[in-house]
Design a protein around this ligand. Structure first.
Ligand code: GLA
Length: 407
């Protein structure tokens, strides 16, 4: 077996400078600037951001860059260094539900959504030229699409003179989520965009999706002798989009049955009673499990944040484990590759391990003693090889800075 492949983030300023040069080569003139936005990994709080829950994501050092220059004719010309298909041209007047399709939705959907939200300046309706360079592993559940949206949003927001404090970033994140929901047609919550725009280096954010507030939570894993290993299982599940929507529909119906706006409204102390009530429905057994996941997961996030705030990072492992078990058994969004990763990581000395992101494939995280990173990665890679699964790839997550200007 070959040594496990680690997916490192390239140097930020070198990448930005190379992209500015690329832009000049393509469009014959320099960009107005280069901006970038990170992918994210969620420490805990999964599948609760569309039901008013809490989550605890951190930004990755892996970013998507965009070099951009405003136009005045209402057209977007965009090229991606990762797409062989050449330039995509989109007339902004044609942007709306389901249009354009493909990766251009995450670019052209953003000025459309900024306008819908009343965040648009003149610069936004004029269109732009852009070249995109993505370094967030694609299709890995690490939010490469949010990184692309947020890089475009921070560029346009800054050029339009929008405030870029946390409140301004929250507004941009909301617009990016709207672009994803309507233009790209994916009914996601807002965690990924909030993480990409509102995180700071050295910490995670405790995101309260009920009121959109954020609390910065310092995450000094290295100081505690720990590392957060991310395993991209390379497992892709084509039905994932439909299953995500079904889970969302389940919790929305459960909230309705319980007479609350969302499942944040169910107090953990009242969980048994809530379970009895939804359990009386014809599909009560499924609803019971969905509600149990959401309510217990939100409580685990609260407890994880408290431990981190008390400087006790080494004690969150059991909560990570319980989160995975709940996502696997009650929410049913895990898969063989994710479960294998988690089992092997735990057996090799991880303090805790869980799937992260939407699931059905994608990535898992393992909180490991810093000197066990290599051993855990070796063991996971060996287990995949033994089961004839495609080789997973790895990265270590150091909490990085949210979206911003590079050049
Ligand atoms: C995806 C979605 C997020 C969130 C997670 C699960 O990443 O984009 O909004 O729902 O799944 O926590």
């Amino acid at each position: 077996m070959n040594a496990p492949e680690f997916f490192d983030a390239p140097d930020r300023s070198t990448t930005a400078e190379a992209l500015a040069k690329e832009f000049r080569d393509v469009f014959g003139v320099g960009p107005a600037g280069v901006w970038s936005a990170p992918g994210r990994v969620n420490l805990i709080g999964e599948h609760v951001d569309y039901t008013g829950g809490l989550c605890l994501p951190l930004a990755l050092p892996h970013r998507t860059f965009v070099a951009l220059r405003p136009r005045t004719d209402g057209v977007v010309h965009v090229r991606s260094l990762q797409e062989a298909g050449g330039q995509v041209d989109v007339d902004l007047s044609s942007v709306g539900a389901g249009s354009p399709t493909g990766w251009a939705a995450y670019v052209a959907g953003v000025p459309w959504a900024l306008q819908q939200r009343g965040l648009a300046g003149e610069v936004l309706s004029g269109g732009f030229d852009a070249v995109v360079d993505g370094h967030v592993p694609y299709g890995s559940g690490l939010s490469s699409s949010a990184a692309l949206e947020c890089a475009v949003a921070i560029a346009l927001g800054e050029l339009a003179g929008a405030p870029l404090d946390d409140a301004g970033r929250a507004a941009l994140a909301g617009a990016c989520q709207l672009a994803e929901n309507v233009v790209a047609g994916a009914a996601t919550g807002g965690m990924d965009q909030a993480a990409s725009l509102r995180c700071h280096e050295g910490g995670a954010i405790l995101l309260d999706t009920d009121d959109d507030s954020v609390t910065q939570v310092a995450l000094d894993l290295a100081g505690a002798g720990l590392a957060l290993l991310v395993v991209d299982t390379r497992a892709e599940h084509s039905h994932a989009g439909g299953e995500y929507g079904k889970r969302r529909a389940d919790v929305e119906r459960a909230a309705q049955l319980l007479g609350v706006p969302n499942l944040r409204g169910v107090d953990p102390a009242g969980l048994d009673e809530a379970l009895d009530r939804v359990g009386a429905e014809p599909d009560g057994e499924v609803l019971r499990r969905r509600v149990r996941h959401a309510v217990t997961e939100i409580d685990r996030v609260r407890r994880t944040a408290q431990l981190l705030q008390a400087g006790k990072a080494s004690r969150i492992g059991d909560l990570l484990d319980a989160s995975h078990d709940s996502l696997r058994d009650d929410y049913e969004v895990s898969c063989r590759e994710l479960d294998l990763t988690v089992d092997v990581a735990r057996a090799e000395g991880a303090l805790g391990a869980r799937m992260t992101g939407g699931g059905f494939g994608g990535s898992a995280i393992a909180l490991v003693p810093a000197d066990r990173v290599g051993a855990v990665a070796d063991a996971v890679a060996a287990a995949f090889a033994a089961q004839a699964l495609a080789a997973p790839r790895f990265l270590t997550a150091l909490p990085a800075e949210g979206a911003g200007r590079d050049l």
